[in-house]
Design a protein around this ligand. Sequence first.
Ligand SMILES: NC(=O)c1ccc[n+]([C@@H]2O[C@H](COP(=O)([O-])OP(=O)(O)OC[C@H]3O[C@@H](n4cnc5c(N)ncnc54)[C@H](OP(=O)(O)O)[C@@H]3O)[C@@H](O)[C@H]2O)c1
Length: 297
Amino acid sequence: MTTNILLLGADGQVGWELRRSLLSVGKVSAITRQDCALTDKAALSALVASHKPDIIVNAAAYTAVDLAESESEQAYALNRDLPTLLGELARQRDILVVDYSTDYVFDGSKNTPYIERDPTAPANIYGASKLAGLLALQNSGCRHLVFRVSWVYSSRRGNFIKTILRLAAERDELSIVSDQIGSPTPASLIADVTANCLHLLAAGRGQEGVYQLAPTGQTSWHGLAQEIVCQALALDMPLKLQPDDIKPTPTSGYPTPAQRPANSLMNTDKLTHAFQIHLPDWRQPLIHLLREISAKG
Ligand SMILES: NC(=O)c1ccc[n+]([C@@H]2O[C@H](COP(=O)([O-])OP(=O)(O)OC[C@H]3O[C@@H](n4cnc5c(N)ncnc54)[C@H](OP(=O)(O)O)[C@@H]3O)[C@@H](O)[C@H]2O)c1
């Protein structure tokens, strides 16, 4: 029997990649902002009732981290209230909910990579709203599979990689924050791992629950910017600067409305053991995106 999948947030970085990867799992109904007001309880209930999904994959979220500090109502509507409602609907109908969480549920003060069971302490509204959503989903009693991800990039929308390429084509020197560390994660990896885990669950392997997902290795925003420039130059992209022209700067030199964790590193042992998944080094997938951007010109 065909598995019915309702994909919410299908135009986002992760949602867009899920359109492709989930095709191997079942029939995908891709829902965008135009199709349904996800913050409207009646509209969402009607959507679920009409599609009768076996799995709801929720890639919709309020992700404007700095703006969330002044738009907390909108952030909570998407990041807490939507998973709350999905949890209720899914429990009543025995639907599996796949959702995505963030390293921003942690304050970043730990000296080693976070594990799933570490105490949470969000340092900003976005992180607090996402944590409230995760807890609501867990407390609903519905079947759930949640991937905690960080530093997500893709070829869609504005993101750090595109910004660095643009600035590197315009300027002779850049200063980039060097005291925040993480593991840059392509949306395509998140989508592929999601599909892989759903296949394994369907085959009775692995387990539902909350898992951290990130490539191996670590870097800082400064290290990432240098790697982007290094790989882009190797592809003959027309840039004005060399990796050494990117100078390290502390977070204190780049104030933002939302506080960000210094340590975004997440231990992925739980995921790799439960689903026997091999994760790539963070540098490896970066080349695919740069090739895509380079080919577009
Ligand atoms: N980006 C990161 O670095 C990062 C880090 C950690 C965790 N995550 C988590 O990973 C998941 C996917 O993130 P992403 O980077 O793919 O986010 P994204 O690119 O910002 O996509 C979010 C999607 O949600 C949709 N959306 C937002 N508000 C909506 C509303 N009121 N009604 C309907 N749709 C709405 C957006 O629609 P439009 O396309 O119309 O705007 C967009 O398609 C999220 O749960 C996020 O919290 C992301």
